[in-house]
Design a protein around this ligand. Structure first.
Ligand SMILES: [Zn+2]
Ligand SMILES: [Zn+2]
Length: 242
């Protein structure tokens, strides 16, 4: 993709001329780092207690594994959706810059957050056959120029040594979901995704990847399609959650 390669070359050339700086505050950082220690410290890490199904954190003390009221009241397609961070502060800033301001180099720190989520006990011991990114509708892809989930899934797949497979496609362009409640979102997404032709997932353990979990409706619908096609398990990982 030419549109992806050019900024990469420019930033590679720039890094020869200028010392590397924090992507948020411009403080100097080591060459292998994207965020300075202060900004990384301000990234809101999700810590227990949190819902074992959707990772929504709760204040106070709750002993043992539990499922939140939202998850108890709806059928979710995935076994669990795991995020290491909340989509707030520097985390939200970086994801928005990446997604809407074409700061493609930011996929690297975001992919590191995905890798951190893979350390969660719900994911760490599991074997996965495939890493599957949440697809964008072709019209949205043309408009944005890249699928953020796919760029992130590609890096993660390499790091965890599991094949990347863009097994799903988005066949329906849905209007913005923000005005809908959870039930309406799920209904709005029905039929929005399907398995690509000639791809089989029967009996496979799938890891679905997206940048942010907002309500979980998109990941749930993708997971439902994979399960209907015979996937044995579908876990979801996102860099952050709302
Ligand atoms: Zn910083
Ligand atoms: Zn939950």
């Amino acid at each position: 993709m030419r549109s992806v390669a050019l900024p990469e070359i420019v930033s590679a050339a720039a890094s020869l001329l200028y010392p590397p700086t924090c992507v948020v505050c411009s403080a100097n950082v080591a060459r292998t780092e994207y965020l300075c220690a202060d900004c990384q410290r301000r990234a809101p890490r999700i810590v227990p207690p949190f819902c074992s199904k959707c990772s929504e954190p709760f204040p106070g003390a709750i002993d043992g594994a539990f499922t939140c009221a939202n998850c108890a009241n709806r059928t979710l397609g995935f076994d669990a959706a795991v995020s290491a961070y909340r989509s707030r502060g520097v985390v939200r800033f970086i994801v928005l810059q990446f997604k809407y301001n074409r700061q493609l180099q930011l996929r690297h720190p975001i992919a590191e957050w995905l890798e951190e989520a893979m350390n969660d006990p719900r994911l760490r011991p599991r074997y996965f056959d495939l890493v599957v990114p949440v697809p964008l509708h072709p019209a949205r892809l043309r408009e944005r120029g890249f699928n953020q989930a796919e760029l992130l899934a590609k890096i993660l797949a390499q790091k965890i040594n599991v094949p990347l497979n863009s097994a799903l496609e988005r066949i329906r362009y849905t209007t913005t979901q923000t005005a809908f409640d959870r039930v309406e979102r799920m209904e709005n997404l029905r039929g929005a995704f399907r398995l690509r032709k000639k791809i089989g997932v029967r009996g496979l353990h799938v890891l679905l990847v997206d940048d942010i979990l907002t309500t979980g409706s998109t990941l749930s619908e993708c997971a439902r399609v994979l399960r209907e096609a015979g996937a044995q398990s579908v876990y979801a990982v996102t860099a952050a959650r709302a």
